[in-house]
Ligand binder design. Structure first.
Ligand code: PLZ
Length: 458
């Protein structure tokens, strides 16, 4: 979060950082585009809020009808440095003018190397590291599994309940939720096993982090066998599965067990990485040092880039030519990443994420205290959520969750949902959002949750 008086150029100066609705949502130009879309875009690709974007920056998105929305989604935790951040735009333009592509596997370039140097420095642990660059989070997860299998000579992959790891065949198998991600798309990749996670709100009885880890380990040892497991892949905070923060001690106990059994511990930091949770990587909150880290989303200020970084001996266990891809580590995406990483560090965006938490959590807790439907406020940094239930029960209320997201959008605030049960509202503002915008967004959220009628526009 930045203060309203901050003068750093974090967005185009002529894009006002205010919420302003001038038409119905969606407006007439968006409706025209929706009609064109229906005639040409595959129906399987849907959009949460069908307003067509014209410009975006800082904490706002402007649509083709001139409406300006407060962005509490960052394109799913991607534009953490702000959308079209001027430093990223300049880096992209400069690189695109020099060259747009060669294929790193054919003729390499410095930008790829520089990103790998930065990742070695930023990821947890001071061991010798190597990295590879790809295009998407799913591709990073696929490669982490390939590397772990090659390095260990084992086949099995352990994932967790409520996990989300992507939409490719292997990562669909690793993802927990059937609809919409898996239904009808099988058969899925084999040798993927699912263990129980730590979901404090939904445990039948309170269970500590280490005890929840022991419960998972017992399942793995009985149903798979520790010596069969190549990799244990886990999101340090569950993302699509509901922004669930495991009980303290869960991740360290799993990491220690993996280490003791020659299993590669992979932290999927695709959603949690890059300052989002108030530290550069979410594993740092519990001092966990993963063997491999998968990253994407926030890495490059909105350009498609993803990475696997890990212990040199694991990464280098793969034969030459065993890893790659035509576009992996695109020079334009790498230039964007170098600019974005410079911003994360120089603007202390991890500190900005903690400031967002400090500003949002007290208000969310106060709202929860007078709203029986809010079962929990949780998350870390600028990865926050509320879980909605039928009052007095733990029964998920997806309909109320969808209503709140829809009505927030109608009033100019973009809020995303998530969760296996579709009953979690998640907040992922750009880390450069102004305090004023954040307060305005919270006013709207409060009025929508409590059903209060307030002015629809800022
Ligand atoms: N691992 C932890 O959160 C992507 C998915 C949106 P890709 N999450 C958003 C959707 O519905 O497709 C994600 C993630 C974690 C892996 C991925 C996959 O990253 O870049 O979408 O492939």
């Amino acid at each position: 979060m930045t203060s309203d008086s901050d003068t750093r150029p974090l967005a185009a100066p002529d894009l006002a950082q205010v919420r302003r609705l001038v038409t119905a949502v969606p407006g007439p130009r968006s409706l025209e585009l929706a009609a064109r879309r229906a005639a040409t875009v595959a129906g399987g690709v849907t959009s949460t809020l069908p307003v067509y974007v014209a410009r975006a920056g800082g904490g706002v998105l402007e649509d083709v009808d001139g409406n300006t929305f407060i962005d509490l989604g960052s394109g799913i935790a991607v534009t953490s440095v702000g959308n079209a951040a001027p430093a990223v735009v300049a880096a992209v333009a400069g690189q695109a003018a020099d060259f747009t592509h060669t294929c790193f596997m054919i003729t390499p370039y410095e930008e790829y190397v520089a990103v790998c140097e930065a990742l070695a420095r930023l990821t947890p642990g001071d061991h010798d590291k190597r990295s590879m660059l790809v295009n998407s989070g799913a591709e990073a997860v696929e490669n982490a599994v390939k590397i772990a299998r090659r390095a260990t000579g084992r086949d099995a992959v352990v994932v967790f309940e409520h996990a989300y790891h992507g939409r490719t065949n292997l990562t669909m198998a690793m993802t927990a939720k059937a609809m919409p991600y898996k239904t009808g798309f099988g058969p899925f990749a084999g040798e993927v096993y699912r263990a129980p996670v730590s979901y404090p709100l939904r445990e039948p009885a309170a269970i500590s982090g280490p005890d929840a880890a022991a419960r998972a380990i017992a399942v793995i040892e009985k149903q798979v066998g520790a010596d069969q497991v190549a990799a244990l892949v886990i999101e340090p905070i569950l993302g699509e599965g509901g922004f669930v923060v495991p009980a303290p001690g869960f991740l360290p106990a799993l990491a220690a067990w993996a280490r003791a059994n020659g299993i590669v511990f992979v932290a999927d930091e695709v959603q949690t990485g890059f300052a989002r949770t108030g530290t550069m990587f979410a594993c740092e909150h519990e001092g966990v040092v993963p063997d491999l880290v998968t990253m994407a989303k926030g890495i490059a200020g909105g350009l498609p880039l993803a990475a696997v970084t890990g212990r040199a001996e694991l990464m280098n266990a793969v034969h030459g030519g065993g890893l790659g891809g035509t576009f992996g580590g695109s020079p334009v995406a790498c230039a964007a990443a170098l600019a974005a990483i410079e911003l994360y560090e120089s603007a202390d965006l991890a500190g900005a994420a903690r400031a967002i938490e400090a500003r949002m959590v007290p208000r969310l807790r106060a709202l929860a205290a007078r709203t029986p439907a809010i079962a929990e406020v949780r998350g870390r940094g600028a990865m926050l959520a509320i879980e909605l239930v039928r009052p007095g029960t733990l029964e998920p209320d997806a309909a109320e969750t969808a209503r709140i997201a829809r009505e927030c959008a109608q009033r100019g605030v973009i809020v995303l949902t998530c969760g296996t049960f579709g009953n979690v509202l998640r907040f992922l503002p750009p880390l450069v959002i102004t305090a004023g915008l954040l307060d305005d967004a919270l006013d709207v959220l409060e009025s929508v949750v409590t059903g209060a009628v307030v002015g629809g526009q800022g």
